[in-house]
Design a protein around this ligand. Structure first.
Ligand code: ADP
Length: 504
């Protein structure tokens, strides 16, 4: 399947998505952390401002009390002592911008403003409708003056005499102390006395508010902090975070791959060990089946040795040393042949470790066929062998190769067993730098639905079958970089392909 993906092949897709997820998580955590610390700063500032505001409002109360006392002691106004106190208050507390006394006379109210450089001045009269209604001496009231960013505090000093203090709301808040990213708004009831909006572009806002605890001056302060993109995701932290998470993911992936590789190698080693044991068990099992073949093969050299020994004895009585020599040479040859047969059997069942060697294909096949020929003959199964003359050398472990050929021929024999014209054919030869070995039979073949499954371990259709012969053949052939496949062609037809060279 073709994968259309814009990244180069060396970037593993799995690691990339893990990195992306980690990076997004890390950056999100950073933003959450920034947001939380901004929130904590805002609530610290709100708490600090609350205390600061409470102190200032209490100072206004104290000024009112002191002024009321002095006014009470000054029956006639303008009064020099009131003027003196007002001058010192306005000098020390510039946010108190105006202090006046108001005298109610019928429907009119005369205003005397104190603290002016030229001394107390009589201002234009007010209508008493413009003044708050205060019943008892000592009572206070507040009035917002939004257009001046200020508010007035009124106090009834005694019947018919009021004191008025005007406070600059902006100065009250000491706006220099307000952090640059904060927007603040100070209000009295519905009237906004002062507001400052931060010009910083923000993507998230956090709000906080406080109400002054002074019941005589019920001011309300709203504060909000806006987080800009750069504040939530500071580049100086985001970049190291991205690089750090990439490094962490890279190390993680390397570690995971190393572990996987180790596990794979361990599994492979276990499998190899099992295979070796299985192969050995297979050979020991096959030996039982070959017993009659071995006996058959050995009868020939033993019979030859016997007849040559008899000839030697006769030659001795005739004093024919030439015949004696011939007989002894023949005996040596036959004894060697018998020794070879037994040696081959011993090697086949020994369970010795794989030893890859370069051998001629025909030699390897003849060696393998010798192990089955007698058995097939006994079952009246014909074996056609055609091996090409062209030189063909394969790098194989001879014993494993013999086992593969033996297994395939045994399966073919099982398939054709009992059939009138039972026949197995073996054709082999070089083809395009490969050695091709085809083992076919004229049995019933393999059910088309089962063709894919017969190489699976433990797949068998035989009542006493193990289903391990073919998987083992595949493993042994793959070990020498070969392949094995099957198709139906009359009966079953197995093809082995091995890398091959010209000379041994
Ligand atoms: P086993 O011989 O123990 O069943 P194998 O792995 O050698 O195990 O074979 C698996 C199955 O493949 C056999 O049971 C049989 O069904 C099928 N099979 C193998 N060779 C042939 C063949 N030449 N003809 C028909 N079926 C075969």
């Amino acid at each position: 399947m073709t994968r259309y993906f814009p990244f180069p092949r060396f970037i593993p897709l799995g690691s990339l998505s893990i990195w992306l997820a980690t990076a997004v998580l890390a950056v999100a955590l950073l933003a959450a952390f920034q947001y939380r610390s901004g929130l904590a700063q805002l609530s610290d500032w709100t708490r600090g401002t609350d205390t600061f505001l409470a102190e200032k409002l209490a100072q206004h109360d104290a000024h009112m009390t002191a002024l009321a006392a002095v006014i009470r002691m000054s029956p006639t106004e303008p009064s020099a002592s009131v003027q003196g106190l007002v001058e010192s208050i306005t000098a020390f507390y510039p946010r108190v911008t105006d202090i006046a006394t108001i005298h109610i006379d019928g429907a009119n109210a005369h205003v005397i403003a104190y603290g002016r450089p030229q001394g107390p001045t009589v201002e234009a009269d007010l209508s008493i409708g413009d003044l708050p209604k205060l019943g008892k001496p000592g009572e206070t009231a507040v009035r917002p003056i939004p257009e001046r960013h200020a508010y007035d505090i009124y106090k009834l000093v005694e019947a018919g005499r009021l004191l008025r203090l005007r406070i600059n709301a902006a100065a009250l808040l000491a706006t220099d102390n307000v952090p640059p990213g904060y927007s603040v708004s100070l209000s009295l009831g519905d009237a906004v006395l002062f507001s400052r909006v931060s010009d910083q572009a923000s993507i998230v806002d956090v709000k906080s508010s406080l109400s002054a605890s002074n019941p005589g001056q019920p001011l309300h302060l709203s504060i909000s902090e806006g987080f800009s993109l750069g504040e939530l995701f500071p580049f100086s932290l985001v970049l190291p975070l991205l690089l750090g998470s990439a490094a962490a993911v890279w190390f993680g992936v390397q570690y995971r791959n190393a572990r996987r590789e180790k596990r794979r190698q361990e599994r492979r080693a276990t499998l190899l060990e099992q295979e070796t044991r299985l192969a050995h068990a297979g050979r020991v099992n096959a030996l039982g089946e070959m017993a009659s073949g071995i006996a058959h093969e050995l009868t020939q050299p033993i019979a030859a040795i016997l007849s040559q020994s008899q000839a030697a004895r006769r030659a001795l009585t005739l004093d024919r040393t030439d015949i004696l020599e011939q007989a002894l040479d023949a005996n040596i040859r036959e004894a060697k042949r018998a020794g070879d047969i037994l040696g081959r059997m011993r090697a086949y069942i020994s369970g010795a470790e794989a030893r890859i060697e370069r051998v001629a294909l025909s030699e390897a096949l003849h060696g393998a066929l010798r192990l089955v020929e007698a058995d097939l003959a006994q079952q009246a199964i014909a074996l056609d062998v055609v091996i090409a003359d062209a030189p063909c050398v394969v790098a194989i472990d001879l014993i494993s190769f013999q086992q593969v050929i033996h297994n395939l021929i045994r399966n073919a024999a099982d398939a054709v067993s009992g059939q009138p014209d039972a026949r197995i054919t073996l054709r082999a030869g070089p083809q395009n730098a490969q050695a091709i070995i085809v083992i076919a039979d004229n049995g019933p073949g393999i059910d088309a639905n089962l063709l894919d499954r017969i190489f699976e371990p433990f797949f068998t259709t035989k009542p006493d079958g193990m289903g391990l012969g073919l998987p083992l053949c595949v493993r042994l052939i793959e070990k020498v970089d070969g392949t094995i496949d099957v198709r139906n062609h009359g009966g079953a037809c197995f093809t082995i392909r091995l890398p091959a060279g010209g000379a041994a």
